[in-house]
Design a protein around this ligand. Structure first.
Ligand code: NAD
Length: 469
């Protein structure tokens, strides 16, 4: 039966989006979101979402990604709790105006930087850490005193609907909303005027978001991805290094994490030892049939499964597999897979892998790795394993990435005193801890003067004598 025009209407269109934004603007305009008390109460409520619904969150993440409970808890729920707790502890300090120095030109005067909310914020999040990446930016937006709309990813539908339910139950609906949906709904949202858009996802859609934002001169925070490399030097504690590479790759949503190691660069001489160590530790962690392991997430959906198997099946690549390669299409599982010496013009080396495949490239001298990294677009993260002080310094000085870690992977994400964000193609702007508050605040410059000390030198007539002063 042909569907009626009414049935064809998308579930949430531009008109609905406009009405919603106007309501939120009304609420923001009333000043309620600016008070310390409102911010505190909303942060407390968000903390309750994480504290009171752990099992439902774990279940949703299992349904969307077969995410192991340990990862769901440690990498999503507990990270959100920490963000809320830190914001609650520091909120008064963050909100305080910051004294600023004045100059002789303005003497006598005083100055300060006042953090004011931006207004109504749109947060669009991704499917891979669908709980944390949705609510963590919300912490910053609320702490800074804004009204917020969150659009979770449709590719993690169980988490998306749980977020809609819990935010509806716990948060102030006059100022905080969730809109579920896919491209049509996100496009309807992007048609509106926002005061800031925070987008987490890939660079292709990042460009769409930025183009929409440009129409209204809306600033954007873009949390994107890239190919995050790991450089492995010889003379290291190989077992510890291997374990830390594995946990950053397969232990983070089976490689479907923005800062998971994407590829390794090591020397030709050291590569065989590294491969042996990876094989040994992978078997220790996931057994000899990793397709059955309960400690590995599945691939999110059949499109991503097809994308990853295409990378693996390219002619240039198929002979290079030194471990893994097994797959289970029905259950959307791919075993941890290591490839050695893949060609640099292969597909796998020319897009973000975002899955359980790990190519190893070899160079003659480890220093050459940095040129190789810098010849590509700037990654979100870069890692180096070494005991060589000069090499560490060279790495920090020459490699441009959102963040760097020496002798571990991914853990910079858990340091709230560090900004988390990309550079170049891996994104713009940063958040986490106080940086989240700052990301959703305007830093207003304020100068205070009295009426004394009114030097006539600045006033016309502009005589030659005044110019010499
Ligand atoms: P995704 O498919 O969930 O898309 C992200 C969001 O964009 C979703 O909410 C989706 O509805 C929306 N979207 C998709 N197509 C759109 C369109 N045409 N117009 C408007 N909106 C649209 O996630 P993804 O992009 O597959 O996420 C993976 C990417 O995100 C990787 O590149 C990864 O590195 C990056 N990532 C970055 C971070 C970070 O913090 N920097 C975190 C996670 C993921």
């Amino acid at each position: 039966m042909a569907s009626t025009v009414e049935e064809q209407k998308v579930h949430f269109d531009s008109k609905d989006a406009l009405t919603m934004v106007e309501e939120l603007r009304g609420s923001y305009g009333s000043g309620k979101t600016r008070s310390y008390e409102w911010r505190e109460s909303q942060l407390k409520n968000l903390l309750k979402v994480a504290e009171h619904h752990e099992q439902e969150i774990v279940d949703a993440l299992r349904s969307d990604l077969s995410k192991p409970e340990f990862e769901a808890y440690v990498q999503e729920i507990s990270m959100l709790k920490s963000s809320c707790k830190l914001a609650l502890k520091e909120l008064r300090n963050w909100m305080k105006p910051e004294k600023a120095k004045t100059s002789l030109t303005t003497f006598p005067s005083s100055a300060e930087i006042v953090s004011e909310p931006l207004g109504v914020i749109l947060i669009i999040s991704a499917w891979n850490y669908p709980f944390l990446l949705s609510l963590d930016p919300v912490v910053g937006a609320i702490a800074a005193g804004n009204a917020v709309v969150l659009k979770p990813s449709e590719l993690a539908p169980a988490t998306s609907s749980l977020l809609a339910k819990l935010v509806g139950e716990y948060m102030d609906s006059s100022s905080i909303r969730v809109v579920e949906g896919a491209v049509a709904e996100t496009s309807a949202l992007l048609d509106q005027k926002w005061d800031k858009i925070c987008y987490t996802g890939n660079g292709r859609v990042g460009r769409i978001v930025m183009a929409s934002a440009a129409k209204h001169l809306t600033p954007v925070l873009l949390e994107l991805g890239g190919k995050s490399p790991v450089v492995v030097d010889s003379g290291i504690n190989l077992q510890v290094a291997t374990r830390r590479i594995i946990v950053g790759k397969w232990g983070c949503n089976n490689g479907q994490a923005c800062i998971s190691p994407d590829y390794i660069v090591t020397t030709k001489d050291f590569a065989p030892k590294l491969v042996d160590s990876l094989k040994r530790e992978l078997e220790n962690f996931y057994g000899n049939n990793p397709l059955e392991s309960k400690d590995l997430s599945r691939i999110v959906n059949s499109n991503h499964f097809a994308r990853l198997t295409k990378l693996l099946d390219e002619d240039k690549v198929s002979g290079k597999i030194v471990l893994g390669g097994e797959r289970d299409k029905t259950n959307l599982r791919i075993a941890p897979t290591i490839l050695l010496d893949v060609s640099r013009d292969s597909l796998i080396m020319n897009e973000e892998i975002f899955g359980p495949l790990l190519p190893i490239l070899t160079v003659d001298r480890v220093e050459e790795s940095f040129d190789l990294i810098n010849s590509g677009t700037k990654p979100l993260a870069a890692y180096l394993f070494t005991n060589n002080k000069k090499l560490k310094e060279h790495f920090v000085r020459t490699v441009s990435a959102g963040g760097l870690v020496v002798n571990d992977t991914t853990i910079h994400l858990a340091v709230p005193s560090l900004p988390f964000g990309g550079v170049g193609e891996s994104g713009m702007g940063a958040y986490h801890g106080k940086f989240s508050f700052d990301a959703f605040s305007h830093k207003k410059a304020v100068v205070y003067r009295g009426f004394a000390g009114d030097a006539s030198v600045r006033y016309p007539p502009y005589t030659k004598g005044k110019l010499r002063l």
